[in-house]
Design a protein. Structure first.
Length: 759
């Protein structure tokens, strides 16, 4: 019995030691900040905070995924200000992001203010403690939406109206009710929203009753309360360029420990239903238990995967980790993390100092509810290798929720089946209002966007189909999980493929008597290579997408119950045209009419579609394209959503991958190093961070068939250790030290023989 107890104790200690090895180091500052741009991210579940200390006060913006107003702006819950007396000693100041446990602490050693979000419930906690003197604590809720706000032309870009905003467009005021002990704040959309304007604009009123509408009667907000806190005063002020009104609550008497709780709720329905949900969440709070469970969740999160490095790669690995933390803050959201700031935007004048950006903290460029697929994809691809499949669910479910609205478009406009999902797609599945075009000539196809950048671009939904298929392949799935995947995601994937098959047959039939070309292939015209190669005939990016997704789908459909789909998709695969190769290089398309943007879509067969690359046939064709194509060279950059670093890594170009990844993942321009941007979009630029993550991962591990290539593009001089994920429930751990590969471990062990070393 004694031996057994010693064995159990040793096992527990070993488990704790291994867990500690996976935990990231704290990140901290030793001086207060000047303004909100010098804030630090904190969050969990689907809640994000920007936390900073300024002028002796601890401030934080609070955001929650899915808080879309009637104009589809993603609104913040507000700004909160915590003041303590006696104050924090700034000579001993520390602001610490405790990454391992997912919370932020502001402390001078005696006074500690800890901010954290419950990962299972939409609740934020502030724990305020003093080791010596009792503290008087004041907490102020600050709102800039106490009245209707008439939007300026530039401000409308935070909504889905963007550059086509109607005159008089306003952000409607919040309802804020303060009692002696609590403050409740909420935004109520009502029945009429931009959804209705979009449906009318796009001539879909006949099917409006069938369409998914996430904005109608949406109520969101929350309630602030704290033990022994009472309402003391209302006040007004100005932060940055925005006026606000504040409600100050104070502790009735000095205390060594104070606790503040902010509970949030989002609900479509009546205010009464929203209040019931809010109250139910409040009643479910168990402060100590919830804190323990949330910190345990973060500890488990970090054990899934890691990249740690020293020397020249240390900054890259640290910023990779900090950005992964930011993505982890929306692990349970109903809505995906937006590429243009996620949950962590701040006052726009600190992003762009020109006068036109002196707008409210709700502003972000390129809208809140509209999703640009080319950007969103880069936020979510790295989650496969990091093993964060649960974080992918909000993005995959985004398409799951909207694809049937896109099917209604195809039926109404063209009389065929399949989901027509556009590049800039609203959170209800229709094209973005301004991008659809407000000045359309008579007789123009009502199913088409009248937009030079976006017309005929509807293949990016296929990347999310592929993510779902790869997530399914990565998971060691039980029969129940496999059945759930088949029931949920396969109909969506099949519908996206069906659109291309039926629509291009439909277009060919309108042009002439034959629906296929002389070789029996589909004619994918008019098409588009991203936003760049317009009027494309057989766009390379589209062909690569259709081929790769169809092949992956066929691997799933080799079951008797899927035989009809297997036959259907096998036939479709045979009808797909070939990718165009000319002068030994990949071409964007067979032909195209004009170049509109700066995307190198001729390299999409490398990533995301992995037809060419390390360990794959004909890699020299792709390398020559990367190294010598005139437009590939002209468009080369590390900024924003540019993915040259990824292509270099996938093509085994070690020096080039190292150069671009260092540029991509170097410290950003703000105090928090993983706040990049604005790039082409906004700050923090999440597609900048996501593309950096992907490139770093590809330098460490690439999977080709059954083979696992480790360190395929990693410089020998960079010391690193990592744990990353591959298909079939596989994890790979390895280390490179002074150019030597050591400590390679593969789980399950039978895949050890699949490892391919770099030299």
């Amino acid at each position: 019995m004694m031996i057994k107890k010693k064995y159990v104790l040793l096992t527990v200690l070993l488990s704790a030691w291994l867990s500690a090895l996976c935990q990231p180091k704290d990140y901290e500052w030793h001086t207060p900040s000047r303004n909100a741009s010098e804030s630090m991210p904190c969050g969990g579940g689907d809640v994000g905070m920007n936390v900073w200390m300024e002028g002796g006060d601890v401030l934080f913006y609070l955001s929650r995924s899915g808080s879309f107003d009637e104009n589809n702006t993603l609104l913040k819950a507000g700004r909160f200000r915590i003041s303590v007396s006696p104050g924090i000693d700034t000579t001993r100041f520390r602001q610490i992001l405790h990454l391992a446990e997912g919370y932020v602490e502001v402390t001078d050693g005696d006074i500690s203010i800890q901010l954290w979000a419950d990962v299972r419930k939409p609740v934020v906690h502030a724990d305020i403690d003093s080791r010596r003197e009792k503290l008087n604590v004041a907490v102020t809720y600050e709102s800039w939406r106490t009245r209707d706000i008439l939007m300026t032309k530039r401000e409308a870009f935070q909504s889905s109206y963007k550059f086509a905003a109607p005159k008089g467009l306003t952000t409607r005021h919040d309802s804020i009710v303060a009692t002696d002990r609590t403050l409740t704040f909420m935004h109520c959309n009502g029945e009429q929203t931009i959804f209705d304007a979009t449906v009318s604009q796009q001539k879909m009123d006949a099917v409006k009753h069938k369409l998914y509408n996430p904005l109608k009667d949406l109520v969101f907000g929350g309630r602030m309360q704290g033990e022994d806190f009472v309402l003391m005063d209302t006040l007004s002020g100005r932060y940055a360029s925005t006026d606000y009104r504040g409600w100050m609550f104070v502790t009735a008497q000095p205390r060594r420990h104070s606790h503040l709780q902010i509970t949030l709720a989002n609900r479509q329905g009546t205010v009464g239903q929203w209040l019931s949900e809010l109250t139910a969440t409040e009643r479910a709070v168990r402060h100590a238990t919830d804190r323990r469970n949330s910190r345990h969740w973060w500890q488990q999160f970090w054990q899934r995967s890691y990249i740690e490095a020293t020397g020249d790669a240390a900054e890259l690995a640290r910023n990779y980790t900090l950005f992964r933390y930011m993505l982890g803050c929306n692990s349970r959201g109903q809505w995906p993390t937006k590429f243009n700031g996620g949950l962590f935007t701040f006052d726009p004048e600190y992003v762009n100092k020109t006068a036109e950006y002196r707008l409210s903290p709700d502003f972000r460029n390129w809208g809140g509810g509209v999703h640009t697929a080319q950007n969103q994809r880069l936020v979510y691809w790295p989650m496969l290798k990091s093993g964060d499949l649960d974080l992918m669910k909000p993005q995959l479910d985004f398409y799951l929720n909207i694809y049937q609205n896109a099917e209604e478009r195809s039926r109404l406009y063209w009389g065929h089946e399949g989901a027509c999902l556009t590049e800039q797609v609203e959170n209800y599945g229709l094209p973005c209002y301004p991008e659809y075009g407000t000045k359309r000539p008579d007789g123009f196809d009502p199913g088409m966007e009248r937009n030079a950048w976006l017309e005929y671009e509807w293949d990016t939904c296929l990347e999310f189909c592929m993510m779902a298929l790869e997530a399914n392949a990565q998971r060691s799935m039980s029969n129940v999980q496999r059945s759930t995947f088949n029931d949920q995601y396969l109909p969506m994937i099949r519908s996206c493929l069906r659109f291309f098959d039926e629509h291009y047959l439909y277009l060919a039939n309108r042009r002439g008597a034959k629906r296929l070309d002389g070789n029996g292939k589909l004619v994918l015209y008019p098409g588009s290579g991203g936003e760049t190669f317009k009027g494309a005939y057989n766009a390379t990016s589209t062909i690569a997408a259709l081929r790769t997704v169809t092949e992956a789908l066929l691997r799933l459909e080799q079951q008797p119950q899927d035989s009809s789909f297997f036959i259907l998709h096998s036939s479709f695969l045979k009808r797909l045209p070939d990718i165009t190769v000319r002068d030994g290089m990949l071409q964007p398309a067979l032909h195209w009419e004009r170049v509109q943007n700066v995307e190198t879509t001729q390299l999409y067969p490398v990533f995301p579609w992995r037809i060419y690359g390390v360990g794959r046939p004909n890699i020299e064709v792709a390398r020559q394209t990367y190294l010598n194509d005139s437009l590939a060279l002209k468009f080369r950059s590390h900024v924003g959503w540019k993915q040259d670093n990824i292509w270099a890594a996938c093509l085994g170009l070690t020096d080039e991958a190292a150069r671009l990844t260092k540029l991509k993942l170097q410290d950003g321009p703000y105090r928090f190093p993983a706040f990049w941007g604005p790039g082409f979009d906004w700050s923090p630029d999440h597609n900048w961070g996501g593309s950096g993550m992907i490139g770093l991962q590809e330098m460490l591990i690439q999977e080709v068939g059954d083979k696992l290539y480790i360190f395929p593009t990693w410089p020998k001089a960079w010391n690193v250790r990592f744990r990353l994920h591959a298909s079939r429930g596989t994890t790979v751990e390895a280390e490179m030290h002074d150019g030597l590969v050591i400590n390679v471990k593969v789980t399950p062990q039978e895949r050890q023989h699949d490892i391919v070393l770099p030299f």
